[in-house]
Structures are given as C-alpha cells and as structure tokens.
Write a protein that binds this ligand. Structure first.
Ligand code: NAP
Length: 332
C-alpha cells in the first residue's frame, strides 16, 4: 500500500481507503463487515470512512466494533455530518447545535475520543457558513476532531469557507470528498484547480462506480445475486448507472485492463489515483476478496496511451459539467 498526504496537511492516508456506505449495518451481515475491515487492515489500509447517516447510524457502530482493539494511532477514522440522523428539524444540517451533538454521538458509536477527519457531508444553504466553520473549529480546539473537510461542495463554497477561516483565524479545511471515477469527472474543471492551489486533497468516493466498473453487470442480463443492484437500499443509488450503453462500454474496457495486467476494478481505482490532487480513493466492499482485489491498484501507474484508450472507449458517457456538484437547497 502506498500512502499520501491529505492535501497540504501533515496527515498521511492510505491511498486506498475503505468506506462502509450501504454495506455495514445494512446490505451485509456483521461478520462480513468485520471480515472486510480485517482484510483492509491486513492489506495496509489505514484510512476508514463512514458517516453518521449511514444505515441510520448503524454503520458507525459496526465500524467502531470492527476497529475496537486496533491501535488508535495506526488508523485514521473519517466521518461526516449533515444528512438527517433523526426526525427533528435540528437533527440535520450544519448548525452549531447539530454539528456538536452529532460529533459527540459519532464519537460514542465509533468508540473513540477523537475523529481524525470530520467532514461536512453537503453544503447547508440554511446555516450561515461562519456558524458552521466556528462549530468545526471549536471541535478542533476541544481535541475531538483533528482535521476538517467537506464533501460535494462547489468550488465557490470551498473558496468561501477558506476565506472565513483566514479572516477569523479558524482551522481551515484540508479535504473534499467528491464522487470521482472514469465516468463521473465533474470535479476536474473547477474544484481540482482550486484545491491544488489551496492545498486541499480529494478523497474520492465510488471509484468503481458502485461496482459498475468491475464489468460484472452485463448488458441485457439480470444483475448477479447479492450485488448492490439487487439490494433493497443500494439498487436505487446504482440505478442511474445501470443503462445498457454504460454496461456495454464497460465491457469494452476489459481488454485495456487485461493489457496492463489488472482487473477492471483495479483499473478503475488506479485511474482515480492518477490524478495527483487525489489523496485517496475510498472503495466499498461486501466481501473481503473484493478488498484484497481492489488494493492491488495501489502504486499502479497508467501511461498516457492507456488513459487515452479509456477516454476513447467511454467517449460521450463521460460526465464533466461542474454545475452537477450541488447540495440540496433545503435540509429536508
Ligand atoms: N461523501 C459522499 O456523499 C459519499 C457518497 C457515497 C459513498 N461515499 C463513500 O465512498 C465509499 C465507497 O463508495 P462505494 O461503495 O459506492 O464505492 P465503490 O468502490 O465504487 O463500490 C463498492 C461496491 O462495488 C462492489 N465491488 C467492489 N469491489 C468489487 C470487486 N472487486 N468485484 C466485484 N464487485 C465489487 C461491491 O458491491 P456489491 O458486492 O454489493 O456489488 C461494493 O460494495 C463509501 O463507503 C463511503 O465511505 C461517500
């Protein structure tokens, strides 16, 4: 496993991180979740990503259990706040009240006294940004949070947060967590240039497009049993990628992967890591074998000819519009 700095910060992360959205506390049984985390640790993954909202807070509990007894200094635990964790109007968003309450609840579930990276899971249009930045800063001063980041914020929202931090002497964000893979490249036009300049690293999600870039979903065929596309919660999220054109083009990538000696999943993860602004690719997995396969993307260098072939095959399926990065206008 290779390791990278998270942006310009002193924090080092494993360039392949493990995340438990949809899986822990939901799609997979607890023993499979624990086995995936054990495989991740065994393969040199030190960075683990979760969120208060995943599986109605159960994902954090499972991750806390899986990491219990592991030397705290040997792992980086990332979690998030914004999406609803309860029915109340204050159990969501980035108000001071919810940030502080949710951070304390995450610490309890994760069985730790500090969160390595605390991320705003979306931009909250209903809360003044200064209130959010001050609340994050307070958590840092209290030692409950070591670094702060955001997820799916637009370039101008990131720039506004940096300005407030600079003006008020608050802790500044070190990371952004966007969706990024061979198909979804909307961060490249505006977010990556700003973040490169400002020393902010990307920790990218769905590097394998939720499993679609493994090539296991065949055009015209039923999805394999037990896959995300068959899961009660997962199927809704993956559905926009399950169109015949995408599935057919992914099959055409197979010879490219074979040419460089990789599986399609490994090629997909390695592709995201070619971008030097990416600090880590967060992979999900329902089985330890998937973790063991995906980590082999670490350290892979893809040459320009291979990248060009991928672009030619995917062609007009590649999404680049920066306007597609957006947070809900309201918290409900
Ligand atoms: N910030 C955000 O808004 C946000 C949003 C989404 C995700 N995330 C983060 O990113 C993490 C990863 O997202 P993701 O789960 O969508 O990532 P992904 O790595 O693109 O997809 C993971 C899924 O693909 C399948 N898969 C993975 N490796 C495979 C392999 N080698 N062979 C066959 N199938 C394989 C598995 O599902 P099946 O076995 O069920 O098919 C696995 O659960 C999340 O856990 C979370 O931490 C963040």
């Amino acid at each position: 496993m290779d390791y990278r700095h998270l942006g310009r910060s002193g924090l080092i992360v494993s360039e392949i991180a493990y995340g438990n959205w949809i899986t822990h506390g939901s799609q997979v049984e607890e023993d499979a979740a624990l086995a995936c985390v054990a495989a991740a640790l065994d393969e040199g993954i030190t960075t683990f990503d979760t969120a208060d909202v995943y599986a109605g807070t159960r994902a954090e509990t499972v991750l806390g259990k899986a990491l219990h007894g592991v030397k705290r200094e040997s792992v980086e635990i990332f979690t998030k706040v914004y999406w609803p964790t309860g029915r109340g109007p204050n159990e969501r968003g980035l108000s001071r009240k919810h940030i502080i309450e949710s951070a304390n609840a995450s610490l309890r579930r994760l069985q730790t006294d500090h969160i390595d990276l605390y991320q705003a899971h979306r931009y909250d249009h209903e809360t003044p940004l200064e209130e959010t930045m001050r609340a994050f800063d307070d958590l840092v001063r209290q030692g409950k949070v070591l670094y702060i980041g955001v997820s799916e914020w637009r370039a101008e929202e990131i720039a506004a947060a940096l300005k407030i931090a600079a003006d008020l002497g608050l802790d500044r964000i070190v990371s952004n967590q966007p969706q990024y893979n061979m198909i979804w490249r909307v961060i490249e036009a505006e977010i990556v240039p700003l973040c490169e300049q400002e020393g902010i690293g990307q920790i990218v999600w769905s590097p394998i497009a939720q499993g679609v870039l493994t090539g296991k979903y065949l055009p015209g065929a039923a999805p394999p049993a037990g896959s995300r596309a068959t899961d009660e919660h997962g199927s809704g999220f993956i559905s926009r990628l399950m169109n015949e054109d995408i599935l057919a083009r992914v099959q055409l990538l197979k010879p490219v992967a074979a040419y460089v000696g990789l599986t399609l999943a490994q090629l997909a993860v390695a592709w995201t890591l070619q971008n030097p602004n990416v600090a880590a690719a967060i992979v999900g997995a329902t089985k330890p074998e998937q973790v063991r396969e995906n980590v082999k993307a670490s350290g892979v260098r893809l040459d320009a000819a291979v990248l060009k072939q991928i672009d030619e095959i995917l062609g007009n399926l590649v999404v680049t519009d920066p306007q597609l990065t957006a947070s809900p206008r309201t918290r409900n």
